[in-house]
Design a protein around this ligand. Structure first.
Ligand code: GLV
Ligand code: MN
Ligand code: MN
Length: 417
């Protein structure tokens, strides 16, 4: 362990400063990916990293890599970071903490003149949230070979703009092919986004893995007809069908409690007129469970319910599975680096499996990875009220710094053998 210490005030200042880019009246952030606000925060990040002497490169999915050289040429960098995009009613910490804690850790190294063996990179992944372009974690997904670049570039937001065009419009399509960038390891700090750490009174969650998650896009097609003149038995009302399907998603998830969860987060009815029976409905489904077998059962129960509802109401139902992430188990050496760093820094810890998806979950497919969780108040996240204190944010950044240095030392030892 080194005696290097991150600066809690500087980290907090960065969090509060960037929170103004897209800041909402209720104290949260609305900074959807690849918007002008995302451009502003990207430029802020680039300027800060360059001021620390880093070289900033961008890949063709817009992922940003701020690099500080190590003492050994030819060793892939150790990455640390997260994302700077937010949900429409996002908080100040989801993603921002992981990216800015990484920047603060790097700044601490620069100021101390501490030389690492491997290069160190602070990474800002594009479209982690999936709020504007589904699915979530697009850049890290392409980086890990989960999605093709063509699939990613063609994803459309709800107004029909593609990911590729939006990336081009803000000037952040880089030259490097996403995924060609090797990493020796990747570490991500994040708020827990759930209640467990607070409830257990622990400072740091040593994240051992991420539960399985799947996203679906469902289109229900019936017939647009006159609301005043179409008798009830003659209707093919797509919204009534969708409503029953939403209820089925909820019922299936409740049956799989306490670990199973199911959410319909977007629902759009067309044509959207008070006196037209809706002929088409689009909705999304997010299903999660730590175990694949249970998730398979949840998926087949929902599919069967949707088909039965469709038949009963004379509706066509199409279900497109756009994200299929198996359970993730993080790398034992990276987990050990996090645990050692937390314990040596004097923090209480417990092991935890993430309920939320994260970029580290995809990166774990192509590089050793692990995560560090800090508590958030009342377990509330994806909400403008999301809150983690200055001290808790600092604890996450401090553990990140020490875990990266611990991993770097082991890497150096392995190369010397
Ligand atoms: C990421 O924000 C997720 O949906 O888990
Ligand atoms: Mn996040
Ligand atoms: Mn999020």
């Amino acid at each position: 362990m080194t005696n290097l210490k991150i600066d809690p005030e500087r980290l907090w200042d960065d969090l509060m400063q960037t929170a103004e880019i897209g800041g909402t009246a209720k104290g949260g952030i609305c900074r959807l990916t690849l918007t002008d606000l995302d451009l502003q925060v990207r430029n802020w990040f680039k300027a800060r990293a360059e001021a620390l002497g880093c070289t900033v490169t961008v890949d063709d999915m817009g992922a940003m890599f701020a690099r500080r050289a190590g003492t050994r040429a030819g060793v892939p960098p150790i990455g640390m970071g997260s994302h700077l995009d937010t949900q429409p009613t996002g908080g100040k910490f989801d993603g921002a903490l992981g990216t800015l804690a990484a920047l603060e850790a790097l700044r601490t190294l620069v100021e101390a003149g501490y030389e690492t063996f491997a290069p160190i990179e602070v990474i800002n992944w594009t479209n982690e949230e999936g709020a504007r372009f589904a699915p979530a974690m697009i850049a890290s997904g392409v980086f890990a070979g989960v999605f093709t670049r063509d699939f990613a570039a063609a994803r459309k937001d709800r107004s029909g703009v593609t990911f590729g065009d939006a990336l081009e419009a803000i000037g952040y399509r880089g030259k490097e092919a996403c995924g060609s960038h090797k990493l020796s390891a990747f570490f991500e700090v994040h708020i827990e986004q759930g209640p467990y750490l607070e409830q257990e009174g622990k400072d740091i969650g040593v994240v051992t893995g991420v539960q399985a998650m799947r996203w679906y896009e469902v289109t229900v097609t019936g017939q647009d007809t006159h609301a005043g003149t179409t008798p009830m038995p003659r209707r093919r009302d797509a919204l009534v069908g969708a409503a029953r399907m939403v209820d089925a998603v909820d019922a299936v998830a409740r049956k799989a409690a306490p670990y199973g969860v199911g959410t319909v987060g977007i629902l759009e009815a067309k044509p959207g007129s008070p006196n037209v029976v809706p002929g088409e409905v689009f909705f999304t489904v997010d299903l999660r469970h730590p175990e694949t077998t249970v998730l398979n059962q949840m998926e087949s129960d929902i599919t069967a319910a949707a088909e039965a509802i469709g038949i009963a109401l004379g509706l066509e139902v199409s279900i497109d599975n756009i994200m299929h992430q198996p359970p993730v188990h993080f790398d034992p050496d990276c987990i050990a680096a996090v645990r050692n760093a937390a314990t040596a820094s004097g923090y209480s810890t417990c092991d935890i499996v993430s309920g939320a998806g994260h970029d580290a979950a995809y990166i774990a497919r192509v590089a050793p990875a692990a995560m560090i969780f800090v508590p958030c108040r009342d377990g509330i996240s994806h909400n403008e009220a999301e809150f983690t204190s200055k001290e808790q944010c600092a604890a996450g950044a401090q553990v990140l710094l020490q875990a990266v240095l611990d991993y770097d030392r082991r890497l150096a030892e392995r190369h010397r053998l």
